[in-house]
Design a protein around this ligand. Structure first.
Ligand code: GLU
Length: 601
């Protein structure tokens, strides 16, 4: 799901649309386009960068007071100019144009119907059905706003849409379901006002900070005369205008090469910010999670964690903590599975959703499903205060990771883990499973976490060197035991997502039950091996890998490696990783075990 910007003003909106797209580039995209209204409807599309689109718009001398713009991440139809948005539908003097994020699930049925009605399709996208459907309603005599309301009633799937129509030159309409869209309120004077739509606040910071978050099913109209919103039932809806706190600096790249690097280095600060309320206190309190938390936690007998991707991995780690420290049974479910399966609702279950954006469609639907089957106690761990998940949950704890611009989650993951650990402490205390002395000790370790993480980040040079060895490989294995098994899973996900190298994670004890057969000198094996109670067992697994000639990349505590140099498998490359539980002394340093030619420090 990529980016949308829409604008209506009494000035040329083309630079506003292009700048908006530029600010959405961080989300990744394969093509981009804009459609504008200036007497006629004009369109520029480009397979490539927003800067190419900008150059083409300049060549065309595109100037207009009304327009919509899009960055596309193809889901239906290849990457080509004809599939890039905006899409047009033009017939009998009615011309509309549409941009869309998401997927229209019933596009085939709609396409068949529209073909029968005489519409011709010129793209392979699901989006084009929206353009023709909207056209059919405008052609039947509806105003664009009403036509959009009618159109979305017929769509199944997830979408954010913006549209324009030649017959209404100072109007842009939009709608959302399962994909974000917000309204930006710009400056106004006696001649009128300027208003905007966008899929993300950052696209509008150049023109306004005053935004209203649309809710699922909402349809919106913006014009130079103001704006109007109706809800899914067509009733006028009030969505509060809030001042966005997003800082312009926080989305600038600064000294870093790319956003993922920047965000990796922002982790200590993000964790310190997230812990602000905790680290100043001498003990943790349920109130950190909301006014009702004490009461809700007191009746909680089970926990159900619902999440997707990286957030699911955070949930898997939390299961180890919550069961071991707080003594509460926990299930962790992939939201897109849970929402569609018949499950048994255990009474007194606290449903915890974990999501960076708080708008993850599967997680939202899973929460709604849980509510429908009677699980009404919910807690959201989320990075966006105004998000749907936070609004729909009884309790919340906001991670303060700041905007996460890189495609792969980094600081959102580690701040989620931080919050889940705080939750573990709160629940353990409430259940009298945590002595005051132990609580104090664990809180001290939490306070130390940002500093420990800074030490880990000093390993960048060594890790960079490792990356060169990984680059030619086709596959990689990640291993961990206990709480570090989900961390290994997260590592494998990161490698796949960012490098397109195939990677799998295994609980190290599973190695001998099959995957060991895959290990040879072309298979790098990454091991998450801090010095915990399972380290001896893990060392045996490393020997298994070594026996098959696999190249080991081991993340371990510095002192473990130094003490146990003779255990270091030949060919392994050790990086000592700071262990927050063991203080700065355990922080990163050079490891020179047998065959480990590089490290960090
Ligand atoms: N499904 C639409 C397409 O493939 C929109 C994809 C997007 O979210 O950018 O064109």
């Amino acid at each position: 799901m990529c980016g949308i910007v829409g604008a209506v003003a009494q000035r040329n909106v083309v630079p506003i649309l292009i700048e908006g797209l530029r600010r959405l580039e961080y989300r990744g995209y394969d093509s981009a386009g804009i459609a504008i209204l200036n007497g006629a409807m004009e369109r520029v599309r480009s397979v490539g960068r927003v800067s190419d689109l900008e150059a083409r718009a300049r060549e065309m001398r595109a100037i207009a007071p009304t327009g919509i713009a899009h960055t596309r991440w193809a889901t239906h139809g290849g990457v080509s100019e004809k599939n890039a948005h905006p899409h047009f539908s033009s017939r009998d003097g009615v011309e509309v144009s549409v941009v869309h994020n998401g997927i229209i699930e019933n596009h085939e049925a709609l396409r068949a119907r529209l073909l029968e009605a005489g519409y011709q399709f010129v793209s392979d996208t699901d989006t084009e059905v929206i353009a023709h459907l909207l056209h059919s309603h405008v052609a039947s005599g509806l105003k664009l706003f009403e036509a959009m309301q009618q159109t979305v009633r017929e769509l199944a799937g997830a979408y954010a849409i913006a549209a324009i129509h030649v017959g209404e030159p100072h109007t842009v309409v939009g709608s959302r379901r399962g994909s974000p869209l917000l309204l930006g309120v710009g400056q106004s004077n006696a001649e009128g006002s300027e208003n905007f739509l966008a899929s993300d606040t950052s696209a509008l910071l150049q023109v306004t900070r005053r935004v209203a978050y649309l809710e699922d099913g909402d349809v919106v109209r913006i014009g130079t005369d103001g704006y109007a919103i109706v809800d899914r039932d067509g009733r006028p809806a009030h969505r509060p205008i809030v001042e966005s706190q997003l800082s312009a600096d926080s989305i600038e790249l600064g000294q870093y090469q790319h956003y993922m690097q920047k965000e990796i280095f922002e982790q200590p600060g993000a964790i310190a910010n997230t812990l602000e309320m905790v680290t100043n206190a001498s003990s943790v309190s349920a109130g950190l999670f909301g006014a009702e938390a004490e009461e809700v936690f007191a009746r909680t007998k089970h926990i159900l964690i619902l999440a997707c991707g990286t957030s699911w991995h955070a949930g898997l780690v939390a299961k180890y903590w919550l069961e071991a420290i707080a003594g509460i049974p926990v299930s962790v479910e992939i939201a897109s599975e849970y929402r569609y399966r018949d499950s048994v609702a255990l009474p007194k279950t606290l449903v915890i959703t974990v999501s960076q954006s708080g708008e993850t469609a599967d997680t939202l639907a899973a929460l709604q499903h849980a509510t429908t089957i009677g699980l009404r106690d919910s807690l959201s761990i989320c990075n966006v205060p105004e998000s749907a998940l936070v609004r729909q949950s009884r309790l919340r704890f906001l991670t303060r990771a700041g905007p996460e611009i890189g495609v792969a989650s980094t600081k959102a993951f580690t701040t989620q883990l931080t919050v889940l650990f705080v939750l573990t402490l709160v629940l353990a205390r409430q259940r009298r499973r945590l002595s005051a002395a132990r609580e104090k000790e664990l809180l001290a370790q939490l306070r130390h976490l940002p500093a420990a993480m800074n030490h880990v980040l000093e390993c960048e040079g060594a890790v960079r060197h490792w990356a060169n060895r990984f680059a030619p490989k086709q596959h990689a294995l990640f291993l961990g035991r206990g709480v570090h098994y989900p961390i290994a899973q997260e590592g494998a996900l990161k490698l796949k997502e960012i490098t397109y190298i195939h990677a799998e994670a295994y609980a190290a004890g599973e190695l001998k039950h099959g995957p060991l057969a895959l290990v040879d000198r072309d298979m790098p094996v990454v091991v998450v091996a801090p010095n915990d109670s399972l380290i001896e067992k893990l060392k045996s697994n490393l020997q298994e890998v070594r026996a098959r000639g696999g190249e080991l990349f081991v993340f371990a505590d510095r002192d473990t490696l130094i003490e146990d140099q003779h255990h270091q498998p030949r060919g392994s490359r050790g990086v000592a990783v700071a262990d927050p539980a063991r203080g700065a002394a355990a922080a990163a340093g050079v490891s020179r075990g047998a065959g480990a030619r590089d490290g960090c420090g």
